[in-house]
Design a protein around this ligand. Structure first.
Ligand code: ZN
Ligand code: ZN
Ligand code: ZN
Length: 130
């Protein structure tokens, strides 16, 4: 069995990312690591993030500004409700929605249909401080 070696850099990125349930850009995460005294190059941070997305540990999502942000998420299929101010995200599911989507797709003769639904708004905390 070949298991990819988890480098300390990847572990550091994973831990920094797991600290908050927010979507954060590679640059922001890089800054956070530097502040906490972990000297990682931005390229290393990008590579570790890509690895985490490939292994399914993290979700990558382009924000309204089209910048990619990352978050440690559950393995289950889910959608996100994201604060456009602070990046706080909630995972959600809509009862019956998945079945309706499949029914709709097959009605038009489509198969292997995938979807992603992300909602952007202002979270309660950010709404209060505004
Ligand atoms: Zn997610
Ligand atoms: Zn917020
Ligand atoms: Zn869904």
């Amino acid at each position: 069995m070949t298991k990819r070696r988890a480098t300390w850099q990847k572990t550091a990125v994973f831990e920094a990312l797991s600290a908050d349930a927010v979507f954060i850009s590679a640059q922001e995460l890089h800054q956070k690591l530097l502040v906490s005294g972990q000297k990682l190059g931005l390229t290393t941070v990008y590579r570790a993030l890509t690895d985490l997305v490939e292994s399914g540990e993290a979700d990558a999502l382009a924000g309204e500004d089209s910048e990619m942000r990352y978050r440690i998420c559950s393995d289950e299929h889910h959608h996100h409700l994201i604060c456009r101010e602070c990046g706080t995200a909630v995972e959600f599911e809509i009862a019956g929605f998945e079945a309706e989507i499949s029914a709709l797709a097959s009605k038009f003769g489509f198969k292997d249909v995938a979807h992603s639904i992300e909602l952007f708004g202002i979270c309660e905390k950010c709404g209060m401080s505004a």
